[in-house]
Design a protein around this ligand. Structure first.
Ligand code: VG1
Ligand code: CO
Length: 569
């Protein structure tokens, strides 16, 4: 690519700034997430960006190319300018950035792949609240478009612990409000910045993956709602559903990207998207979907707010591959789910004879399997669904995938689920989150459970709730994963109580919180009844005895003082 007349201009100076390490710059399940104020401290973001560049690009740093984009939350623009200045000073030669620093997480993954860039920075704390008092986050993605694997995130952390200086071009100013290419002379080189339409490439890609005309025809007689929750998906939804598919503008809710997401949690679940649930309960709509701050999560609802658990959503898509043109064209070798995600997917895999992998929580663990062609569809119980079209989970993709299934089958969401359960049985699933407990209480709870699983007496035990419902232990461990592609080992990924007949309790500490600890308890049970009406049973009712056992066994009340979870999904 040729660069535009910068010859006459004086080069931007590069400075080396002395710094010292900050504690706790360890990327969690998905990047580094902290309160905005933490990122605003002098040198804090700079240190992390410098470490990301060195760990992520190594020898390739000089002359490399990067994508930059974020979910529009407070501090995104400032962070984007910092990345440009630091990348330029480190010899990066090309940056592709969404206009105004906007790119959804899946769109950024697509941009890295499409433009064949060496990596990228995604500026988001995902579903965590934003604004001056909310959270910010930075995530480094590699050249496959996916989150950096643990080898790199560990290296980033190591560098942040001993960093003494970073490089910056402090006077470099790039206008990211206007689309187009600009060239900047930097002492020792040139940086090209391409400001792109954040939406267009992604929308073009969705048109390749799905049959837009079929979906549009189906939607003609339907009433649907798509809720951006004032996160990044607003402009994507408007382009796809209003401009392309001609839905009325009122179909897309909360589409303005707000730096504080309107003061809410941009988290698509029954608790934080309860306003959408209430509208759906009125029965005027056939389908709804909501998305998180950075656009990688999705929640799917049917008529009268019929809730599709993310575990079932994944299994249904796996069982209906023929409805999605992309899968028809490229084929599907196998599936994967995160460990706590229910085994509904495994039942589909078994029936159709495809591989099914179980990885630790976090999308970064799917990347190697996708790159090696082992899996093409995967998901997590945490409202994450996606395929190998990019290397991030993809909320809008999931909504389009569901609409493709509905259009193909001409059935309601509920009927699709009932059919599915009739064929495969039903995996009931629920997650209890205890947010913001003290780090000590969280650590103690996990220690206690670790001791318990090592106690030979626990093995072979039968656990009962006060009503006498009992479950026989089959297997106990702290989940450990060996990546089948690169052999890397990830330990301590969650305590598992696996009982007979498909019942499970799993305990983990969250790796995305910005302070204190969040305890997650995942509970699953299986029912293979032939009575279709039985499948309408409430998950909470079905799982109640196991939930009681899960809470008691962990001594959660004693250790945290909490009676009730913050969020139930
Ligand atoms: C949570 C979810 C996990 C997901 C991660 C990032 O992590 O459980 O499945 O991959 O968030 O999603 P944790 O460690 O808090 O349980 V997102 O949309 O926040 O990037
Ligand atoms: Co997200």
């Amino acid at each position: 690519m040729s660069c535009c007349g910068v010859g006459a201009m004086a080069p931007n100076a590069v400075e080396t700034i002395k710094t010292s390490p900050f504690d706790g710059q360890k990327p969690g399940t998905s990047g580094l997430r902290k309160p905005v104020g933490t990122f605003q401290q002098p040198h804090y973001s700079e240190n992390f960006i410098q470490a990301g560049l060195i760990a992520g690009l190594g020898d390739k740093l000089v002359g490399s190319s990067l994508a930059v984009g974020g979910d529009g939350r407070f501090f995104c623009k400032e962070a984007a300018q910092l990345i440009i200045k630091i990348a330029a000073a480190n010899g990066v030669s090309k940056i592709v950035i969404g206009q105004n620093g906007i790119l959804s997480t899946p769109a950024c993954s697509h941009i890295i792949r499409k433009y064949e860039l060496d990596g990228g920075f995604i500026l988001t704390a995902s579903h965590n609240p934003g604004g001056p008092k909310g959270d910010f986050g930075i995530k480094y993605n590699i050249s496959n478009g996916g989150p950096a694997p643990e080898g790199i995130t560990n290296k980033i952390y190591e560098i942040t612990q001993k960093i003494t200086e970073y490089k910056i071009a402090p006077n470099l100013k790039v206008d990211i409000t206007r689309m187009g290419m600009s060239c900047h002379k930097i002492a020792g080189g040139t940086l090209t910045v391409e400001v792109i339409d954040p939406v267009q490439d992604y929308v073009d890609y969705m048109k390749e993956i799905f049959d837009f005309q079929a979906i549009q025809a189906y939607l003609k007689s339907k009433n649907v709602l798509l809720n951006a929750m004032n996160g990044v998906t607003g402009p994507y939804l408007q382009k796809i559903f209003v401009n392309e598919m001609q839905l009325p503008a009122e179909s897309c809710l909360n589409c303005e990207i707000l730096p504080d997401f309107g003061g809410k949690h941009p988290d698509p679940n029954l608790t934080y998207a309860s306003d959408l649930v209430e509208i759906m309960k009125q029965g005027k709509h056939d389908f709804a979907a909501a998305f998180d701050g950075d656009g990688d999560r999705n929640m799917i609802l049917g008529h009268k707010a019929f809730f599709v658990t993310p575990c079932d959503s994944l299994a249904v898509l796996a069982a209906n591959l023929e409805c999605i043109p992309y899968f028809q064209k490229h084929g599907v070798k196998g599936f994967a789910r995160s460990m706590p995600t229910s085994e509904a997917l495994d039942k589909v895999a078994e029936k159709c004879g495809k591989g099914c992998y179980e990885v630790p929580t976090g999308w970064k663990f799917f990347g190697n399997l996708m790159d090696a062609g082992k899996i093409n569809l995967c998901g997590e119980e945490s409202f994450g669904t996606g395929s190998d079209h990019v290397r991030e989970k993809d909320g809008i993709w999931a909504a389009l995938a569901w609409l493709s299934v509905l259009a193909h089958k001409q059935k309601s969401v509920e009927d699709v689920l009932l059919d599915h359960w009739e064929t495969y049985g039903r995996n009931y699933f629920s997650r209890y989150d205890y947010e913001n407990v003290s780090a000590e209480a969280g650590a103690k709870l996990m220690e206690g459970l670790d001791k318990l699983i090592q106690d030979p007496k626990t093995r072979g035990m039968t656990f009962s709730d006060p009503t006498g419902k009992s479950y026989r232990m089959q297997h106990l461990d702290n989940f450990e994963y060996t990546d089948p592609i690169d052999g890397s080992v990830s330990k301590n990924q969650g305590i598992r109580f696996i009982f007979e007949e498909g019942f499970r309790i799993i305990y983990r500490l969250s790796g995305t919180g910005s302070s204190g600890a969040t305890i997650r308890i995942y509970v699953e049970g299986y029912d293979r009844s032939d009575n279709a009406s039985f499948y309408k049973e409430d998950a909470q009712e079905f799982l109640k005895p196991l939930i009681t056992i899960a809470v008691r066994t962990s001594k959660l009340k004693e250790l945290t003082g909490r009676d009730q979870p913050t969020v139930i999904t």
